[in-house]
Structure formats: C-alpha cells, structure tokens
Design a protein. Structure first.
Length: 364
C-alpha cells in the first residue's frame, strides 16, 4: 500500500454507536504525562490495514501490545509519541494519524464521549468535551470559541515538543469530524479545517475525510463550522443518563490526583494564541484567588511568568518546525508587539534566533 493510500475501513462513515455501560470507566483523574489509549487504540488495526503486524512496533515504543485490547489502558504520552513516529516510518504514510482518527467513534472518548451522546444540544456536547477531556486524554487540549456566527473547535498538543505532535492533532481532528457526524447527522461537513503543518505533496486524504477545504500552514489545528450547528438537538439523548454521567465525572474531579500546575499548563496551551492570559484571568478560570494561584505555583517551584514563557517557547518551536508560518505571524500569535521582540525572547530561550532554529530543523 502506498503512502497516499487510505485503507478501505478508514473510508467508512461513522454509524451511531451502540449503547455502552454508563458506570464503567476510570475512577480518578489521569496523572500528568499519561493518557488513556482511547482514540489511539485504533493504531493497531490501522497498522494491520497496511499489512503490518502491530506488535513489534508497539514493543519498540516500550509498550505491551496487550494494552491495545482496552481503550481505557493508561500509557505514558512519551511512549505514544514514539509509537506514532515508528508507525509513520513503518507505513511510509505521512497522514497516519488522520487514518487512526478516521477509524474512531465518539465512544473512544470513554465516559466523556457518552456524556456528549446524552447532552441536550451539540453545543452542550462540545462544551462537555472541552471541560472534561483531560479526564480521558492529556495528549490534546480542546477549546471552543464563537466569532461572527462561526464556531472554532481548536486542539493544542499538550506536549508540543513531541516528534509526533502533528500526527496526534490529525487524529484528534479526524475523530472530531466523526463525532460531529454522529451528533449532527452523517451529511454534516465543516466549512474548513485548519492544520498547523506544512502542506503535504498530496492532500487528498484530508479532503476526502473532512469533505471540506483543508488549509495548511495555519497557527492552530481547528475545525471551522457554522455556530448555528451548536443549537442542534442531540437525537436520543437521555436526561437521566446525562445526570448520572455528570455526577460520576464530578466525583472523579473531586478525587486526589490532579495537579493545579498541570491544569494551568493545559489552559495556557489553549489560550496563549487567542486570548490575553493574565494571572488574574487564569485564576478566575480555575475558580481561585490570584494569591492562591501564586502560592500553589511557588510550591511547585515555578512562577507564573516563567510558566507562560515556557508554554510560549513550546508553541513557537512547534510552529517553527512543523509549518512555514512567517515569523511576524508567529510573533503576533504569541502576543509580541513585533517580530524583533519575539526574536529576542526566542534567543534567550534557545540561544539561537528563530530563523536559525527553523533552518536547522528543516535541514534535519
């Protein structure tokens, strides 16, 4: 199978998933640096579609192939990153992550997916995704914004320095299109899809799955669609089951295990390129006083400014390495008044100018 081939099973439109047990699922929040397999459980069957035995690649990434029998298996994000790198090399398919996402349904998101299925409207379902995905998946961080009648569902990679960040974002966008077609009907299409990666030689796989224009070299991974779709009712939603799921998720959030600094990093990853992110605003989003936030950060050994600069550096590296976005545009996205200010900051962080850093990575 060639690198631009799409396995037949990946081209099948998602069907409405069967009922699933409501009270099955994790009982605690995920530790930082870990994820449930969820969507990535489909890596194994995707490899088989290419005629490859997944077990050797999974072992080479440092994982037990038996973990892929259960989407609720918890694995280190670093191991998942290694696995995607091995899969792209083994299949010679640069859009392998998209094929994984295409195979996946809303139930791959576990309890969060079931809550979405029983939400009152599509908007409620997507807000549930944004609020709760970290219980299931800390590989990507979603955010939902509305502007001038247009909805933007954006994914940031939680650890942008990973070598397979673009594969993970492709998988997230792929499954999200399936989710929207489950909630809105199989004929649903986005207006366009934005991808923070250089344009591939052949983008047909993206156009075929999204059924919409795919725009590359963008600052974010974003699904763009009419805001009116948020008001659509979710067919078959059960208010009683929704209440049970909300209660269980609330109990999970109140259990020990979640670290405030980790939640703050998650927020910053989604907001630094589209919002002003003062410490006061972040404290408000975390439902605490600014001084309380400062005390927690001091206890973890990092200040707010240092943390925001760390996240800016992560985002800058991803955009420089994976896209051809101009430096002036990256500077503006990271809230620098001019490109020269961004260049000075990047030199402090890395010891190199962003132009030099990009040229070295592209050459490699």
């Amino acid at each position: 199978m060639t690198k631009n081939s799409v396995p037949p099973s990946a081209r099948v439109s998602p069907e409405t998933p069967p009922p699933a047990p409501i009270l099955a699922g994790p009982k605690r929040t995920l530790p930082p640096g870990s994820i449930h397999l969820g969507v990535s459980k489909e890596i194994a069957p995707t490899l088989r579609e290419f005629g490859l035995d997944p077990a050797p690649l999974i072992r080479a990434a440092g994982l037990d192939p038996r973990l892929f029998d259960d989407g609720m298996s918890v694995i280190p994000f670093a191991a998942l990153d290694r696995l995607y790198t091995l899969c792209v090399a083994g299949t010679n398919c640069p859009h392998f992550g998209l094929l994984v996402g295409q195979r996946t349904t809303i139930l791959s998101l576990g309890m969060v997916g079931r809550l979405m299925l029983h939400s009152d409207t599509v908007g409620d379902a997507l807000r549930a995704l944004v609020a709760n995905l970290s219980l299931q998946d800390r590989a990507v961080v979603p955010s939902l914004t509305i502007s001038d009648g247009t909805a933007l569902l954006t994914y940031a990679t939680y650890q942008a320095e990973g070598t397979s960040a673009e594969q993970i974002r492709d998988a997230a966008l792929g499954v999200t299109v399936n989710i929207m077609r489950t909630l809105c009907g199989s004929n649903w299409n986005p207006v366009e899809v934005l991808l923070p990666k250089a344009a591939p030689v052949d983008a047909e796989a993206y156009r075929r799955h999204f059924r919409a224009p795919a725009r590359f070299n963008q600052e974010t991974a974003t699904l763009v669609f009419p805001a009116r779709d948020l008001d659509l009712r979710v067919a078959g939603a059960d208010p009683l089951l929704r209440a049970l799921l909300e209660e269980q998720i609330s109990q999970m959030r109140s259990s020990p295990g979640a670290e405030l600094s980790d939640d703050l990093r998650r927020l910053l990853r989604t907001r630094l390129t589209s919002h002003r992110c003062s410490a006061d605003e972040m404290a408000h989003l975390l439902s605490m006083h600014r001084r309380t936030l400062s005390r927690h950060l001091q206890g973890s050994g990092i200040g707010y400014r240092a943390l925001t600069n760390e996240i800016r550096f992560e985002i800058a590296r991803q955009l420089l390495e994976d896209t051809d976005v101009p430096l002036s545009q990256i500077a503006a996205a990271l809230s620098y008044s001019e490109a020269s200010a961004f260049t000075r900051a990047f030199r402090r962080w890395s010891g190199e100018t962003p132009s030099t850093w990009r040229a070295e990575r592209h050459a490699a």
